[in-house]
Ligand binder design. Sequence first.
Ligand SMILES: [Zn+2]
Length: 401
Amino acid sequence: MRNLTDPPRPLAAGLGNSNDQTRRHNLSTILTLLAQDGAQPRAQLTRRTGLNRSTIAALVSELAERDLVFETAAPGGGTVGRPSPVVNPNGRIACLAVHPDLDAVVVGLVGLGGLVHGRIRRETAGVPTAEQAVALAAGMATELRRRHAGVRVVGAGIALPGLVRSPDGLVTFAPHLGWHDEPLADRMAEALGVPAVATNDAKAAAVAELIHGAGKGARNLVYLNGSRSGIGGAVFTGGRALGGAAGYGGELGHTLADPAGGPCHCGNRGCLETEVGVEPLLAALGRSAADPDELDALLASGAPDVRVELERQLDVLARSIASFIAAFDPELVLLGGFLGSLFDVDPERLRLRVREASFAAISEGVRIERAELRENLVIVGAAELAFAPLLADPVSLSASA
Ligand SMILES: [Zn+2]
């Protein structure tokens, strides 16, 4: 995965790069700054890139010709001097985002800059097959495109609970969906008529948090997400996702939490996701299901049997987080989904237990926080991944609509 969180540094002309290379690189820098941080005055782009004003003017005008940005008058006109025009990312350039899950398929239409134009969630009778997910997504995408006729779709990002091989988007194994060796990115690209990329849903969520949420500005991040599909993870070091040899890096839900723990879908015992999750909590309550709102109320209820199980889970999670801190030296640990709810029950207990289980010199400055973005987290992250090729080379987008 390309460095998604740091805009590329601008290049000065004539340092061994051809003019064309330099221009394309700097177009990428400007468009990435706008997509990540939103509209800003042209003068601010000049300051942030260190490029001179006429270069910025030429780059912005080329991006505008390609319909990727548009300029608006500066607010509060009439002040002394000529106010710098504001450059806006064109949110009508958009990507589709597809999130197949255990009981539903969600499709979103997300504009450049993270604007969610629309989102459709369709429940499925049971766990969808890959074919069903593709067919459903295609139908929902058509509906979204009809509703937002002026929006141009340039790519699609798919995020799902499972192992996804990069860069070809083959779903090697998604245990909760029961999918094996599904060439999902290829099939989705064919069905949607645009290039598609696929990734693990926790990785997508981490990208969204890094660009638009609680992780903004962080370069070294451990992200953990809890859902009915277990615990997903993602690790960023120096602004780059830890991919590993095949793209599976960061499967933190399948690290050992308790050797005497229960059996896991992955074939092992006592993985973090078998020891911390919604299921053991519901079991302690003698329940089989609870919707997310109900679950938050149950967690906050303070009933003694709930409290015992909550504290057990917080302590197990803390020991695992301490191990991840030792392994990856993050500046920030973010907890999303169910883990965010669990964290909010008693943040100080979790932080204290992490400190107790840590090598103090490494864990000292590490912040542990709840993720910020809620229902659109995975959708926005999947779209950001789909935008990556355009941001890396804005010239790659053909001028025709
Ligand atoms: Zn496991």
